[in-house]
Design a protein around this ligand. Sequence first.
Ligand code: FAD
Length: 468
Amino acid sequence: MDEIKTQLAIIGGGPGGYVAAIRAAQLGIKVVIIEKYKLGGICLNVGCIPTKALITVSRDLEKIKSLEAIGIKAKIESVSWNSIQEWKNSIVEKLVAGVSQVCKGNGAEVLYGEAEIINSNEIMVKQQDKVIKVNSEKMIIATGSYPVELKELPYDHAFIWNSTDALNCQTLPKSMIVVGGGYIGLELSMAFARFGMRVSVVEMMPQLLPGFDIDIVRLIDRRLRKLSINAKVNSVIKSIELKAESILAIVDTKGKEEQIETEKILVAVGRKPLTGGFGLNTINVALNNKGFIIVDNKLRTNLQNIYAIGDVAGMPMLAHKAFKEGEIVAEVIAGKSAEVDYKCVPAVVFTDPEIATAGITELEAHEKKLDVIIGKFPFAASARAMVLQETDGFVKVIADKASHEVLGVTIVGPEATDLISEAALAIEMGAAIEDIALTIHPHPTLGEVLMEAAKVAMGEPVHILKPK
Ligand code: FAD
């Protein structure tokens, strides 16, 4: 049997694992990264990137149609789903190749195969035709997560889909029920509806996007209706009947039943940390009651030479949280003084309008009974948003009442997912609302709306009247 001796072995080549490998190699650590599928993990192959590719094309389609309102009438001759899939896959392939190049270029060894932990220093890597033993001083678990399966709606990948099935479908179904009104469910619902699909959303909780401020949810709800998406809260699928080409679903909304006939059901009810099936239990790494590996602020598990990062190591399950943990863990292992700080992990949702938050939300401020001031400025008063014909939404700045320190920013509106980075920097640097308000922002841009919201929080709005 082939054997590799190394200082660091990383199981999983997703955003957490590959960043840890690159950074560790840069810091002079001999590192082997083991991946059973493709580098880039869920995010690059079947998550962030393919979803955003499809969302972008679907928006372009809608944009062409919307131009009619300002006098440009265009006819869409045809939409080739095959070509869109090929284009989406080509982006993924380029990015995966790029990750591979950067890993190798930095000196990280990439080993393809399925890892199984034998003990806290040994991993067996099963490849198609052989098994390689990796002997390592330290190990990082970066195995990510997998989609939650509902007992009553098990994935058959033909009628009942997970997000990967939906992203890679060869033909576009005419109708779909999306179970789960969280961010993945709503992003895909809106994208598919724009491609002409009849979409229903079934959410168990009393509101879509559970946990988000209600003023955001109202805006999203309005847009869902505009896209003719039948979104139902307080609802569950009670039963299904499989027919030759479709499914008859009985949807129960607080005791009231409705029959919906659909071609597919997409289940998007969350993800679970992947801790089973690769020998983790043999070394007794401690898990919490939600199944995540318990780590401290240096990403160390209960075993002194084992670390964990990314989705498998706790919420939020986001690629940029995994990236950051990948960097930190490599520095910790290299003996640097580094630790994680989750004061400001932005969250972005590519619905229409887009949603982005950094720091605390208004809901959290109320729940924690913080003494805050809030400034809110609507995109409807932004010249740039008007020109873009995207005036739905607002920027909300939440600051400590006494010190004026910015504690959180919520943006709902055009390019919210890009605009949030300025807010994240402000929160990270401990900026006050005055720092944002007194910074000259170029005109006419969407970025001005953050500055205007900070002015509202100061009680000195310029481009809207002072709220009563
Ligand atoms: P993963 O990306 O899950 O990577 C883990 C890797 O480990 C995989 O490549 C897997 O093959 C490998 N692996 C597992 N077990 C073994 C083994 N035994 N041997 C060898 N290899 C193994 N996040 C965002 O921040 N923004 C978004 O817009 C966004 N959109 C998303 C859309 C969808 C549809 C989904 C499903 C997720 C989305 N996410 C998004 C979440 C994001 O994809 C994850 O948070 C991120 O991929 C986590 O990175 P990770 O490195 O922890 O794990």
